[in-house]
Design a protein around this ligand. Structure first.
Ligand code: 5GP
Length: 195
């Protein structure tokens, strides 16, 4: 998606060869109009596939997920990374390794909001190793719901996330794919390396 590529090139910074900082429109400040365009694009791709819920992980997945859910006309469910005194019974839980922090956390979802009649679309900001998406899929399956696909804004194609999710028989849809990054250059998978 050219619009997102342009935004990444103008506002994103590669912290190193592995981490892209997009705080100005996605991870810290959110540009809602722009995010709505991205959510609409994801929804368009999955239109007609019978999705009943959009599921995401707090916190950076929420903005693309809310607009995807709005466009599809279904509720959005937020999986929690932090323990909570409020969310304390009838839960599904699974351990996930965080890509950016390198630590483990317990991903948690209430049993109330996803059930066996649901067909669920997973939406997140990034796909890297696929640990987050795999954890979300485990919870959806614990609820005996089905997975419609995994949609992300930014796929890091040099990481094994797509392969891992597709191996589980699940479609991966990304708006842009980054094939490599360095401090002064971000290269997209469908563009020729000029060198
Ligand atoms: P995975 O679980 O696929 O390894 O990593 C995906 C999760 O890690 C996303 O939910 C996202 O929050 C975070 N993440 C992965 N790579 C990046 C990155 O380059 N920049 C930022 N800001 N977050 C990332």
């Amino acid at each position: 998606m050219q619009l997102l590529k342009d935004k990444i090139l103008s506002e994103g910074t590669a912290v190193n060869e592995d981490i892209l900082k997009v705080d100005s429109f996605l991870n810290h400040q959110v540009d809602p109009k722009f995010m709505e365009v991205l959510g609409d694009e994801i929804a368009r791709h999955f239109e007609g596939s019978g999705i009943t819920r959009v599921v995401t992980v707090e916190s950076s997945g929420i903005s693309p997920a809310i607009f995807t859910a709005k466009a599809l006309g279904v509720p959005m469910v937020i999986m929690k990374k932090q323990p909570s005194k409020v969310l304390n019974d009838h839960l599904y839980q699974t351990m996930v390794t965080s890509f950016t922090k390198g630590t483990n956390y317990e991903l948690t979802m209430s049993q109330k909001y996803v059930g066996e009649s649901d067909h669920v679309l997973v939406v997140d900001d990034f796909l890297a190793n696929g640990e987050t998406a795999a954890g979300v899929i485990r919870l959806i399956r614990m609820a005996h719901a089905t997975v419609a696909g995994v949609a992300v804004l930014i796929e890091k194609a040099f990481r094994p996330g797509r392969e891992k999710i597709e191996r589980a028989g699940i479609e991966v849809f990304s708006l842009v794919k980054i094939s490599s990054m360095s401090k002064d250059r971000i290269l997209f998978a469908d563009e020729e390396d000029p060198e």
